[in-house]
Design a protein. Sequence first.
Length: 199
Amino acid sequence: MFEKVTLELKSRNDLVASARKHGALLSIADCWPLNRDEMVMLLDVTGPPAAIMKTISSLRAMKGVKEVIEEKNEGLSARLFVAVEKPRICQSKEDKAIKCLDCPFNSTEVPARWRFIAGKTGDVGEMVERLAAGGIQARIQDITPLDRNVSLTQEEKGMIAVAIEKGYFDFPRKITLEGLSQLVGVEPAQLGKLLRSVE
């Protein structure tokens, strides 16, 4: 059964701290794996132009950052593609049926909150163990069966399981809606409506 999980994390957030240090705000708009050990983050940086430039320079010098590519900076915001070594938090969910609902690096709360959908309860326990082994304190704040808020049939739950397994919710998607609909034997429009209801 799919579950909505909220973890509390006590971990450093060097990306956000670097931006704050220079008088800017930073948020992670999206992310996706680059290879086994690295990922790409799409970052939005806002603030005075000088603060944005200092933040970008700081990111380029940061340990674990492989490359920073910036879009043309116009005024009070900049969008960056940043290739980084996978943070321990992101490593903890590898090979697990996990779909992030929000990025823990964007949490404004202390400790940070991380909300995601888990395909198996056992995956959550393993993730907490992996985080602890990496020096990150994690506490399960809440686990709610997904069908408490969304009434799904067993067939619909099965379709969602296939969508997660085949990478439909990944960015970029590993399978199209049309390809997924052929696998589960449901019209794309009907399947799309179901998948949007749980995203």
